[in-house]
Design a protein around this ligand. Structure first.
Ligand code: ATP
Ligand code: MG
Length: 276
């Protein structure tokens, strides 16, 4: 006997052709968003303002923003968070990770499809993650997929049909090459996602992930890291040797956590081992 529950379960198993890819959005924000610095809140706020602009302004049915910053600084997670917070009926993530093994025409087709699907929804967000990998950028000989680039150029500039509104959030770790590729002019605004460079941010992150079981151990670790030159120096000048993306920092912390003894030393050594 088929009951209402079976019916509802069956519905859930059918992946909608368009809509919101919740799972995917959650997956790229696996470790949440830690508010380690004012810049984090500022970026989320700026993202929120762009969302509101798309939602309410009659004059700007298409708004695009580029999130750029060093590898692992949290671009994908922030883009996905801004997208998710919009609560728009259509939110899709175009990621090179989902296109492994695709031929160039297949990539162009997949990317184009996401955009044409977005035009069916009154309000949409499309996250175009990691542009350089999407176009298969190779620094050696500066090679890339021209057909994917051309598709992006067209789609970034195309106004959605009447009554439809779209926010494009793109990410890149290679801001300078985008200018050469003619891509940077297509964005209405840019947000820089900086790496972590100060001890106060490191302090916030270490607290948030509860690396140290006691306040004393936490303080001891901060003292050790400060003495080793991670963060502000004695004169209070910013003279930090630290320059680390939140993604790398979190994985470094998890490695240090594996050995309960000397967690602080292990963290310090791992940070030094990264060439800092
Ligand atoms: P890549 O250059 O490799 O593409 P990325 O800059 O896109 O890396 P993410 O993949 O977004 O970096 O990784 C950031 C990770 O850090 C995610 O797991 C996210 O949940 C976590 N995170 C914690 N706090 C923050 C924050 N304030 N901003 C961004 N990400 C954060
Ligand atoms: Mg990324």
């Amino acid at each position: 006997k088929v009951n209402m529950n079976d019916f509802m379960n069956a519905l859930e198993e059918v992946h909608p052709a368009y809509g919101v890819s919740e799972e995917e959005l959650e997956q790229v924000v696996q470790n949440g968003i830690i508010h380690f610095d004012n810049t984090v809140d500022e970026m989320l706020r700026s993202g929120g303002l762009l969302v509101e602009q798309v939602r309410s302004s009659q004059r700007t049915p298409l708004v695009s923003v580029l999130l750029h910053g060093p590898p692992g600084s949290g671009k994908t997670a922030l883009a996905a968070s801004i997208a998710k917070a919009s609560e728009f009926p259509f939110i899709k993530l175009i990621s090179p990770d989902n296109m492994v093994g695709y031929s160039e025409p297949q990539k162009v087709q997949a990317i184009t499809k996401v955009f044409s699907d977005s035009y069916k929804s009154p309000l949409s967000v499309v996250v175009v993650d990691n542009i350089e990998r999407l176009i298969d950028w190779t620094p050696m000989g500066a090679r890339f997929s021209n057909s994917v680039l051309q598709a992006l150029l067209v789609l970034f500039a195309r106004r959605p049909p009447k009554g439809r509104r779209l926010l494009i959030i793109a990410t890149s770790s290679l801001r300078p090459i985008l200018t050469d590729l003619g891509l940077s002019e297509t964005f209405d605004s840019e947000l820089r996602v900086p790496p972590i460079t100060d001890i106060a941010s490191l302090d916030r992150v270490l607290r948030e992930v509860e690396l140290f079981p006691s306040e004393r151990q936490h303080q001891e670790a901060i003292r050790m890291l400060t003495e080793a030159g991670f963060g502000t120096n004695k004169e209070g000048n910013m003279n930090s040797r630290m320059q680390i993306g939140i993604k790398k920092l979190l994985s470094t912390i998890e490695m240090a956590r594996q050995e309960p003894d000397n967690v602080a030393e292990r963290l310090l050594n791992a940070l030094i081992g990264l060439g800092m």
